[in-house]
Write a protein that binds this ligand. Sequence first.
Ligand SMILES: [Zn+2]
Ligand SMILES: [Zn+2]
Length: 145
Amino acid sequence: MESIDEKLSQLTSAYNKMANHVNGMDTNCENMWVKMKTMEQAMAYMMEQLECVTKHVSDLNVSMKLRDEEEREKAEANKNREAPRARVTNTVMENRCYRCDHSGHKSLDCPLKEQNKWFCYKCQSVQNHIAAKCPNHRYVDDNKN
Ligand SMILES: [Zn+2]
Ligand SMILES: [Zn+2]
């Protein structure tokens, strides 16, 4: 069985430890001891303070959790904002020519431009037409009779 002194010192250290983490708490213990007439009153006061501290700590945890979620949402929003830019950069980095379907130059620098030719994706070869105007492989609308 712990003595009341041991219990009190445990409570005091627990109280002080928690009070360090809580802003706006009354951490002035000296005045309390003066006001206390008996050990029982001191204990009751301690328990009251501990309950108060516990409540503050749980409030603190809730607000910290809310802040963390806010930060995470902000980070998520930033990530979404940056995503399209990253995709565009990747396309530029790839430097693929849509005119001749080769990489290493852009369509503006394509040698086929001089010859007024394109790589036709439908013919799968270099032609004097683009795939959209390919005469050999027209889009077939199956639903149309
Ligand atoms: Zn090219
Ligand atoms: Zn074609």
